[in-house]
Design a protein. Structure first.
Length: 509
C-alpha cells in the first residue's frame, strides 16, 4: 500500500518488512509487531521483528554499499548535490509525512508541521559543510610537508526513539550522507512508519541502494543486536540512560565512535524580573509540547519566592486550559502519550507526587471524555516539590512538571544542578550579566536564555553527566564521521643513513 493510500484510509493495516538494499525484504523471523495509533489505540500497521541474522544482513549490505564505487567514488560536489536533492524530495513529500507522523506518534498536527518542515534544512546545512570542508596543512620542523586527509568512518548504527521519529533520525542521517558514510537504522517499534516512508522517498530520489538500511524490531532484541554488531564504526542512540550505557559499552568494545543522547530533567530557573505571563507561557510550552515526551522537557521549574505563588497559579490555569484531543484536529493542543505503558508511568509519578507531599495544582488523571480511547493524560503540575523527591529527580517522560521555590541565585544554581542528568537547562531573566553568569555554572550541554527547545542544524546538541556523550548538529557532528589521516612528506634530498651517522641525527621518532 502506498503512503498516500495509508493516509486516506486510517483503518487500513499495512504490513512492512525490513528495508535493505533499496527495498523492503522479508525478515528471517515470521513474527510481526503491532503498531498502534496512540490517539485511538487502533492497529494501523504490522512490522517485521528483525533477528541478529537480519541485522547482520543489513550491516553487511551497508558495508558493501560503503565500499562500492558508486558511493565511495562519488566526489564531494556530486555528493553535496545529491544530499540537496534528498532535501528537495523530503520537502516535496512533507504533507504526506505530516499526516503519517501524527497518525503514528500522536503529536498534534500543528506540532508535527512546525517540526518536520525544518528537517530538509538539516540536509542542506550538512551538504554545505561537505562543500566547505578543508583539510589542514600543518607547519612542522624541518623540510617536510605535513597534511591531513579525512576519510569517512564507514557504517553507522542508529537507534531512534518514538518521540520525534523523523527529526531525531535526520539529525544523524544528514551528516551520514554528507560525509560519505552509510547507516543501518533501528526505529522505535512504536513509530517506524515515517522512517520506512523516508527510505522509499530517498531511494526514489537517487540515494544508492544500501546506503540507508532499516531493521525494525524491539529494543532488547533488534536494537541489542545492532549495538552488538562488531562491524559498526559508530553507534548513535537517543533513548534512556540504561540503553545508552549498554550501547556505549559495546561501542567501546569495538572501538567505535558513539553519540548518545539520553535522559534529561531540565531545570528552568525563573527570576522575578522576567515577565510573569511570558514565564508561564514558556513553562507550558517547555513542559507540555510533544505531550512532555521530550528529553528536554521543562520538568523542574525553579521559581523565585517573590513570584512563586503567582507563577504556580498561572501555570495551573494554563495547564487546565490546554485543549486535549484528536491530534489530527487543528484545534487540538495536546495529544496522547505513545502507549498505555507510558500513560501508566505518568500516573505512577502522580502517585509518587502525592506520597512525597507535593501539592497537585493541575491534571493528574485521564481526561473523562477520552477515557475510552487512546492514551491520553492531563497536563500535570505539582507545586512545593522538594529536591530529594522522586518527581524532582527522576525523568517522567510525559506531560508532567514540578515547581520548587528559591530565594537566592546560589540556591537556584544548586537546585538546578541537583540532578544526575545534564542535557538542557533554561533561564528566565532580563538581567544580562546574571543570565550569562548562571548559564556558565549550570551543568548542561544546552542552555536557553529566555526561550526553550530552540535548535538549529548549526548549533551543537548533546548532554553531560547521565544525559550522554557526543554532539549532534553542527561541525561537531559532521566531523565525527571521519577518521583523520596524517600524511608526512619529506621534501628534501639529503642522504639518510641512521646507522652510518647515528650521533649526527636529530629527529623525533
Amino acid at each position: 500500500m502506498s503512503l498516500a493510500d495509508a493516509i486516506k484510509s486510517k483503518s487500513s493495516v499495512e504490513t512492512h518488512g525490513l528495508y535493505i538494499g533499496g527495498g523492503e525484504v522479508a525478515a528471517s523471523n515470521p513474527e510481526l509487531i503491532d503498531v498502534l495509533n496512540p490517539a485511538t489505540g487502533q492497529l494501523i500497521a504490522r512490522i517485521a521483528h528483525a533477528t541478529a541474522e537480519d541485522v547482520d544482513r543489513a550491516v553487511r549490505n551497508s558495508r558493501a554499499a560503503f565500499r562500492s564505487k558508486e558511493w565511495s567514488g562519488m566526489d564531494i560536489r556530486t555528493r553535496a548535490r545529491l544530499v540537496n536533492k534528498l532535501a528537495d524530495a523530503f520537502e516535496a513529500n512533507l504533507e504526506e509525512l505530516y499526516h503519517l507522523e501524527t497518525m503514528n506518534n500522536g503529536r498534534p498536527l500543528n506540532e508535527t508541521r512546525a517540526q518536520l518542515r525544518r528537517l530538509p534544512d538539516f540536509f542542506r546545512y550538512n551538504a554545505g559543510l561537505a562543500l566547505s570542508r578543508r583539510d589542514a596543512v600543518i607547519p612542522v620542523e624541518g623540510d617536510y610537508l605535513n597534511y591531513t586527509r579525512r576519510t569517512p568512518i564507514g557504517v553507522v548504527g542508529n537507534c531512534t526513539p518514538f518521540n520525534h521519529p523523523l527529526m531525531i533520525m535526520c539529525k544523524s542521517l544528514a551528516p551520514v550522507f554528507a560525509s560519505g558514510c552509510v547507516t543501518v537504522v533501528k526505529p522505535s517499534e512504536y513509530t517506524p512508519l515515517t522512517t520506512l516512508a523516508l527510505a522509499r522517498i530517498f531511494t526514489e530520489a537517487g540515494l544508492p541502494d544500501g546506503v540507508f538500511n532499516i531493521v525494525t524490531g524491539l529494543g532488547p532484541t533488534t536494537g541489542k543486536a545492532l549495538c552488538d554488531h562488531p562491524d559498526l564504526n559508530k553507534i548513535v542512540l537517543t533513548g534512556g540512560t540504561e540503553a545508552g550505557q549498554y550501547a556505549g559499552s559495546q561501542a567501546g568494545r569495538h572501538f567505535a565512535h558513539a553519540t548518545l543522547e539520553l535522559g534529561g530533567k531540565t531545570p528552568v530557573i525563573v527570576f522575578p524580573d522576567f515577565d510573569l505571563e511570558q514565564a508561564v507561557n514558556y513553562a507550558a510550552f517547555g513542559a507540555f509540547i510533544g505531550a512532555g515526551q521530550t528529553c528536554v522537557c521543562g520538568s523542574r521549574h525553579i521559581v523565585h519566592r517573590d513570584i512563586y505563588d503567582d507563577f504556580v497559579a498561572g501555570l495551573a490555569a494554563k495547564a487546565k486550559s490546554i485543549r486535549i484531543g484528536d491530534p489530527t484536529d487543528p484545534s487540538t493542543q495536546l495529544g496522547p502519550v505513545i502507549s498505555e505503558r507510558q500513560r501508566q508511568r505518568v500516573l505512577k509519578y502522580v502517585q509518587f507526587g502525592h506520597e512525597d507531599g507535593a501539592r497537585l495544582v493541575a491534571g493528574g488523571k485521564i481526561p473523562e471524555n477520552l477515557a475510552d480511547r487512546g492514551f491520553f493524560v492531563e497536563p500535570t503540575v505539582f507545586a512545593d516539590v522538594k529536591p530529594e523527591t522522586r518527581i524532582f529527580q527522576e525523568e517522567v517522560f510525559g506531560p508532567f512538571t514540578s515547581v520548587t521555590p528559591f530565594s537566592t541565585e546560589e540556591e537556584a544554581i544548586e537546585l538546578a544542578n541537583n540532578s544526575p542528568f545534564g542535557l538542557a537547562a533554561a533561564i528566565r531573566t532580563r538581567d544580562i550579566a546574571r543570565a550569562h553568569r548562571v548559564a556558565a555554572r549550570v551543568e548542561a550541554g544546552i542552555v536557553w536564555i529566555n526561550d526553550h527547545h530552540r535548535l538549529d542544524p548549526a548549533s551543537p546538541w548533546g548532554g553531560v553527566k547521565l544525559s550522554g556523550a557526543g554532539r549532534e548538529f553542527g561541525p561537531e557532528s559532521f566531523d565525527d564521521h571521519f577518521d583523520v589521516k596524517s600524511v608526512m612528506v619529506n621534501l628534501g634530498d639529503k642522504p639518510f643513513d641512521w646507522y652510518q651517522d647515528t650521533a649526527g641525527q636529530s629527529r623525533l621518532n
